[in-house]
Design a protein around this ligand. Structure first.
Ligand code: UDP
Length: 231
């Protein structure tokens, strides 16, 4: 499905994940976007960000907003939340011995997550917090040649960082994962299951952090623009 000029993957999540595994195993450099309403609205309004999304290799439907919009356009696509794709990648990475680099979140969050994942058997070759000026630890990551780089610096910073720097790497799967490190390291909780199933995870996140109330208006604006979009 094309939205604001960006092609969103319509395949079932099992197929998307198999593709992701193939790409990592064959050392194919890959840029994955986990698209939700906020990301797509940003793409509509900001040309530089839209370019990053258009040049990504896979744009996976992360949010309910995308799934509901697809129904309006008479398409059935399933949701594959970024936090679940990241978890699937970590589980597969433990089995296959993939090398991971964790970039983003606060120092105490990313360092705890790195230690937890190492204890679970993941090969974590390095990590760095996400509060830096300029390019950050790009040279260090290039030298370490990771198979997977998870970037948790929020929208749009994470996607723009990947888009700007991915050409420096010969291989590696790069994915922006938003608040996933906070959840996986146990600093924040995901919504209860019934809310996730009902497509209300965004509401739970607003209730946990009232500063996010603007997300509601972004969601409404996204629906309005997406339904009118003819790309
Ligand atoms: N973050 C970061 N650098 C920044 C801003 C944010 O590393 O300059 C981290 C923040 O600590 C959090 C994540 O990025 O772990 C963003 O989470 P959020 O839930 O806001 O993500 P989004 O809603 O943008 O997906």
């Amino acid at each position: 499905m094309k939205l604001f000029g960006v092609e969103i993957d319509e395949r079932p999540r099992e197929e998307i994940f198999k593709d992701v595994i193939r790409r990592v195993d064959s050392s194919r450099r890959t840029f994955v976007i986990t698209a939700n309403a906020v990301i797509m609205l940003k793409a509509k309004e900001d040309m530089r960000y839209r370019k990053a999304l258009m040049e990504a290799d896979l744009v996976v439907p992360d949010g309910t907003g995308i799934v509901v919009t697809a129904r309006f356009k008479r398409k059935r696509i399933g949701k594959y939340p970024g936090v679940e794709l990241a978890k699937d990648l970590i589980d597969e990475g433990i089995k296959r011995g993939w090398k991971f680099y964790l970039l983003g979140a606060k120092e105490e969050v990313v360092s705890k997550l790195a230690e937890d994942l190492k204890r679970e058997g993941l090969n974590v070759c390095g990590y760095h917090h996400g509060y830096f000026e300029g390019k950050g630890p790009v040279e260090e990551i290039v030298i370490k040649e990771p198979d997977v780089v998870l970037v948790a610096m929020g929208v749009p910073k994470q996607e723009l960082w990947i888009h700007e720097n991915i050409h420096r790497f010969d291989k590696g799967l790069f994915m922006g994962v938003g608040g996933t490190f906070d959840v996986l390291a146990g600093f924040k909780k995901r919504a209860p299951r019934w809310m996730i199933r009902a497509g209300l995870e965004w509401l739970y996140r607003i209730s946990q952090d009232p500063k996010r109330w603007k997300v509601f208006f972004k969601l409404m604006k996204f629906f309005f623009c997406a339904i009118l979009d003819r790309s």
